[in-house]
Ligand binder design. Sequence first.
Ligand code: ZN
Length: 485
Amino acid sequence: MGSPDYSDGCMIALYPPAELAEELAVDGGLPPSELHVTVAYLGKADDIDGDELRQVVAELAERRPFTAKVAGLGRFTGGDKDVLVALIDSPDLESLRRDTLDALREHGIPVPREHGYTAHCSLTYLDPDEPAPLDRLAARDAEFTALAAVHGTDRTDAELSHPIADVAREAFAAGWAMSGGPMTERVRVACGTAMQIATEATDDPDILRATIDLGRLEGMWALLFQRREEQQVKHTKLVGAAWEPLIDRQAVTTAVDGFRAQMGLAEARGPDWSRVRAEAVAAAKKMLYALIDVTGFGKLRQALRDAIAAGRAEGVVNAVAIAAERGAQVGLDWNIAFKDAYRSMERLDELWADADGWLARTLDGAAGDLGSALADGMEAGLTRDEMIDAAMDILTADEGAVAFTVDWAMTTAADEGALALYRSEGVLQIDIITAGDGRVCSSCIDAEAGSPWHIGDQPRMPLHPSCRCCYAADVSLAHFASWFA
Ligand SMILES: [Zn+2]
């Protein structure tokens, strides 16, 4: 089996990355290094000036690298040999093909036009009656980062790079650096999007200014979410540390024994599982509400109050950061701002009432978890000791009722802190901004779509536990000058 010899030919082509070429190559077919996607076949090398061709390719390479789809197999027939090909699908490739024909025409290089264009990568040549070595090719991505000028045996690659894209990347990075925010996956994705927008809006004179702004905005949000996350983790640990010593194995044992005694009395009447659940929750509540009188409960109350104060302070700082971003004012010192806002929470008595409300929720949440564990244990026929272990596990779990409540309390506090700030600054309209991280619930999307809201009419955030969506409004920063460097 022989392949046609194209070594005296001439073309503009894309070569897939080496790893993909290895995947695509078939036994007896073209070697991986020769697999390519022809963009334009130009006939005999002798008829084309190599320098002129390389010049055309250098001009065409001023575009962004792109990803095409390997979209299955094809078998071209009608020649001396059949050709088994991988089909390539990409709008970017179509526009590259169009631009290539235009550029060749401008440079006076003739393009043989006896064929239409079907983007493909030839894999192997087959006799008409020869079976194909494979009958299916799974779809996959093919990333193209360079364009090749092939003139006989000489191949010259020009790296794809849009001049505006590089400038846009720098502009975005400069904006991001101004924000002081961390580099996150979301920031990276936003940078790619900004570069794409910039390359499509080259005639907009303000595009680079807009790209800097975008970098700063994304950096601000990244910092905001990172700080919130750090505060949540820190206070979840502190509240958990105050909670754990309260969970005494002896008290749990007493609760388990009491519950089992109740169930023993009921046994004669046969198991009634809804009654088992009700008894289990009652036993759990009795045990957990008794904690209020245990030494150490005051510490827990204090820890929860501190968590709420931190949440509120962070909410205030976030509101100022968002307003500063909207007003293009840079230089917010988040740490100074946080300390200042936190200090002003010291005198807020309402935080104790808040803490007591969240404590009750914590106890109810834990009682629900413990009640389920006891009822499940009874249904599963656990021994007394197994049931005690299960109860201890559920009450001291890292992802248990305490962590859940602290998260919810702090998010609520942050939203309340922001709202209190807006009220005191006389804000009339507020927006709701979803976290935009792919985990946003539909009620939050509706709340965002309804923006701007007249203050007081807006939905009360958070709309659900572990919500990361935020209020946002324009605020005069006159009262916060000391927070800016
Ligand atoms: Zn949300």
